[in-house]
Design a protein around this ligand. Structure first.
Ligand SMILES: Nc1ncnc2c1ncn2[C@@H]1O[C@H](COP(=O)(O)OP(=O)(O)OP(=O)(O)O)[C@@H](O)[C@H]1O
Ligand SMILES: [Mg+2]
Length: 399
């Protein structure tokens, strides 16, 4: 452009000099005309260049906008893919960027932290995060989900507050696990403490200097032995169950006949079954074969026999075995007192006993079904129960 400007000056000087030299009107008019043409040419050229520059700038701005839209879409897709409620609250308290889980959590219509449609506890956390401008971690329980909420204030390089970001992490499973563990420790200490306290009490009496009652001493010794065996059973059962659950028990699988297996167990338990006046009806095709750890499986069924002996006296046990789609199904059914629907979902839990007082009397610890479930599951099988009070209980095992 500078070049053209210089050229115009040169034309101006030459034509000016020629006009002065010619010194007539026609030459002056020609000089003016040449000047007008030269300046018009310069002006249009300059305008054309200017408009092409403007066009370029516009194109670049458009491209930048497209790129920004693209980046925003990608960011939105990324935020939506995060399976936890997440929000960016800007300086005015508006939900500027949020994912689908957050929108669902607060209700689709809410637009900022002050919105009264938001659950009061959630709103309190959002307001605290936005107004206090501090990082924090809070616990929140909302619609049976436990969240751990992390708030991060966003500050620019020149120390200006730019709003904050919140993420709601679902920690329900962790919390449930902690609750279960606490309950387990409480139950286990309770179960262990009972026989220990009883043994301690009896030993104290036996050790008294003035104690001289051979009959009571004999009774106490028998009782101590009983409680000691009980302690041993609880500790062994607990160890076995925890090893089963952490896959530390090696299964010694063998190939065996199912009918022979049940015949053996019924024979083993014949005395107790007879005393409880229980008849066993076994319905098992003689060709059914199974690959499993016989010893562990016998633990499962011995517990089912024991339970029936305790809860289905003067009745019968029906064992039905069948095979379908390469899986073996065993129904173990009694016509005893049955189980109340409220406690039915809990019977596979550790230390669960329908009637704790009665359980303590017959020496049961409430671990039998928990162990049975772990044994069946370590064989990749399932164990389920159906029961009706006063009609009986049926355990269904699929292996
Ligand atoms: N056949 C059944 N009929 C009625 N109630 C049953 C039956 N089997 C189990 N239950 C209920 O389920 C509870 C848990 O059974 P589980 O075998 O786990 O423990 P337990 O028999 O009490 O003790 P353990 O087996 O450790 O000696 C029992 O206390 C009882 O209330
Ligand atoms: Mg039992």
């Amino acid at each position: 452009m500078l070049k053209e400007f210089k050229l115009n000056i040169i034309i101006f000087l030459i034509t000016g000099a020629l006009t002065v030299w010619a010194n007539n009107r026609a030459a002056i008019l020609l000089f003016i005309l040449v000047q007008i043409v030269a300046w018009l040419m310069y002006y249009f050229k300059q305008d054309k260049e200017l408009s092409s520059i403007v066009k370029n700038v516009e194109q670049e701005a458009d491209a930048a906008n497209v790129r920004a839209d693209d980046a925003f879409d990608k960011l939105k897709a990324l935020i939506n893919a995060i399976p936890s409620p997440l929000v960016y609250i800007n300086q005015r308290g508006d939900f500027e960027v949020s994912n689908q889980y957050f929108d669902k959590l607060i209700g689709e219509k809410a637009v900022n932290v002050y919105d009264s449609v938001i659950d009061i506890h959630i709103r309190q956390i959002l307001l605290d995060a936005f107004l206090n401008e501090k990082q924090f971690v809070r616990q929140l329980n909302h619609e049976e989900v436990d969240y751990q909420v992390l708030s991060i204030p966003l500050v620019s390089e020149d120390n200006r507050y730019n709003g904050c970001m919140l993420i709601f992490q679902d920690v329900t499973r962790v919390v449930d696990g902690e609750k279960m563990q606490k309950r387990f420790i409480a139950d286990a200490s309770h179960e262990l403490r009972t026989p220990i306290t009883s043994i301690k009490g009896m030993i104290e009496i036996l050790n008294r200097e003035d104690f001289d009652d051979p009959e009571t001493a004999k009774e106490f010794h028998e009782q101590i032995e009983k409680e000691n065996n009980r302690l041993q059973k609880i500790v062994d059962d607990l160890l076995l169950q925890s090893r089963l659950r952490s896959n530390q028990v090696y299964l010694e699988k063998t190939h065996f006949n199912l009918k022979q297996f049940f015949d053996g167990l019924i024979h083993e338990r014949r005395q107790e079954l007879h005393q409880a006046n229980i008849r066993v009806i076994l319905n098992c095709p003689s060709n059914l074969e199974l690959d499993a750890d016989q010893f562990r499986l016998s633990q499962v069924f011995l517990n089912l026999f024991n339970n029936a002996i305790n809860y289905a006296k003067d009745g019968e046990i029906r064992i039905n075995c069948s095979e379908k789609n390469n899986r073996i199904k065993i129904d173990f059914k009694d016509n005893g007192e049955g189980i109340n629907p409220e406690i039915l979902p809990h019977i596979f839990e550790r230390f669960f006993r329908g009637n704790p007082a009665r359980g303590r009397q017959n020496g049961s610890s409430g671990l039998g079904l928990a162990i049975s479930k772990s044994i069946i599951e370590s064989h990749d099988g399932t164990i389920d129960v159906t029961s009706e009070p006063k009609k009986g209980t049926c355990f269904t095992i699929i292996l």
